[in-house]
Write a protein that binds this ligand. Structure first.
Ligand code: NIG
Ligand code: FE
Length: 419
């Protein structure tokens, strides 16, 4: 299907597809065209420009054409859809019980120590069938798609047995077939030590390395490998061993690091050229220095800090030091039961003092980089996938993070489908 979006008040994040990510000061630059059009064919951005130039452009001939779907975007912004580079969207059952425990004063770590948290989700995962997992994840994916998300990374990690981890990854593979969203899968066998390995953590790490990784890689079930490298979960040395084994099997690291403490996770991620290191609430000068010398994308998950009422990562210090920053939802039943990237943008501005341009860069181009899809998504560029957002009529792009809690997205286009 051919689509012509015309009279766009501002077309955001336009580029020639040359930028893979934006760092430091560049993060406050948001290239845009006012009074613009975009032409889409078969789900691909074919061209864009300013309305006064439409007539003389190669796309002028499509105006008023019967097989072209025209959308009048007067008063609206058009932008690339969000790339949510860190989620745990496949899970069985919610965890409001722990939510209430948290309201009563227990911390995330205390809940985990009592056998709640990830182990609670792992118990339910054992019992869940593939079909119900696919159905519930599809519902979540559709919800976030309509809120503007166009690409999602999804992790395993509620399995914690070989069979259950493989089950989760097969569900993600099915989701890749069933949803128009772009999906990437990450193997997170080392998310927590399962109850039956209590006191034998090393043996579980061996099992991840010797049994799970070869099977996962052999079936081509994952694009990336993750470890929850933090206090009370996996140590820097264990993470090192697991990442090395993953890399040997072709899985690039993309890890949880420094959420609960200075865990060494950032350094071990950088050592193994991780695509991203995520959370980063505990980031100091040493960590920033390591990141500056790397191609690793620091990825912040303010929804988790908000929900758990923990410290926010030092986004301002990172950007002012010249780093790129991506933001993702961390959508999961324990620490961030929301995949709403519009809310993530608001949290970025309100809680981490990021500018509207910086949050937009962090959830589009830098988010695409953090999940390895920047060649196809994350900006408005000729030849990229036309996964786009058309907003409601709004005064300007800063209204997106400003008007927190309401849905500013009117129409989404995903793989050429208009919803
Ligand atoms: O990213 N931090 C580790 N893992 C998830 C939480 C998972 C859970 O509590 O279910 C996170 O916050
Ligand atoms: Fe997470």
């Amino acid at each position: 299907m051919k689509i012509l979006i015309r009279n766009i008040k501002a077309l955001l994040q336009v580029d020639q597809g040359k930028r893979q990510k934006v760092c430091g000061e560049q993060m406050s630059e948001l290239p845009l065209l006012e009074d613009a059009f975009v032409f889409i064919d078969e789900g691909i951005i074919k061209g864009y420009g300013r309305m006064p130039d439409l007539h003389d452009s190669p796309y002028g001939k499509y105006t008023g054409h019967s097989d072209v779907h025209e959308i009048d975007a007067a008063g609206r912004m058009v932008m690339p859809s969000f790339c949510d580079s860190h989620t745990h969207m496949v899970y069985a059952g919610s965890r409001e019980i722990e939510y209430i425990d948290k309201i009563r004063g227990l911390s995330y770590e205390e809940i985990a120590k009592r056998g709640g948290g990830i182990l609670n989700s792992a118990r339910r995962m054992q019992e869940a069938g593939e079909d119900e997992l696919v159905d519930s994840a599809l519902e979540r994916l559709e919800e976030v798609r309509l809120l503007g998300t166009g690409a999602v990374e999804i992790k395993s990690g509620y399995g914690l047995t070989t069979a259950s981890e493989i089950k989760m990854l097969r569900v993600i593979r099915k989701l890749k077939e069933l949803t128009p969203l772009t999906i990437r899968a990450t193997f997170l066998g080392a998310h927590a030590v399962p109850a039956e390995y209590k006191g034998r953590q090393g043996e579980y790490v061996d099992k991840v390395i010797e049994e799970m990784i070869p099977l996962v890689a052999g079936e081509g079930l994952a694009d990336y490998i993750d470890v929850f490298c933090d206090r009370g979960f996996f140590t820097g040395e264990e993470t090192d061993r697991i990442l090395l084994a993953g890399i040997k099997h072709g899985l690039r690291p993309k890890i949880h690091a420094n959420e609960l403490d200075f865990s060494g996770g950032i350094q071990v991620g950088v050592k193994y050229n991780a695509l991203s290191v995520d959370h980063l609430e505990f980031t100091g000068e040493e960590e920033i220095k390591a990141l500056l010398e790397s191609d690793t994308m620091p990825t912040l998950l303010p929804g988790a800090a908000f929900f758990l009422e923990m410290e926010y990562p030092p986004a301002r210090r990172m950007i002012d030091s010249g780093l790129p920053v991506a933001m993702a939802s961390d959508y999961n039943p324990g620490s961030s039961p929301s995949g709403n990237m519009q809310l993530v943008m608001s949290l970025g501005c309100i809680k981490m003092k990021m500018l509207p341009e910086e949050v937009i860069n962090s959830v589009t181009l830098n988010g695409a980089y953090a999940m390895g899809v920047e060649d196809n998504l994350g900006s408005i560029a000729e030849g990229k996938k036309a996964n786009l957002i058309i907003t409601k009529p709004i005064p300007g792009y800063s209204f997106m993070p400003y008007a927190y809690g309401s849905n500013k997205v009117d129409i989404v286009i995903t793989e050429g489908r208009i919803s």
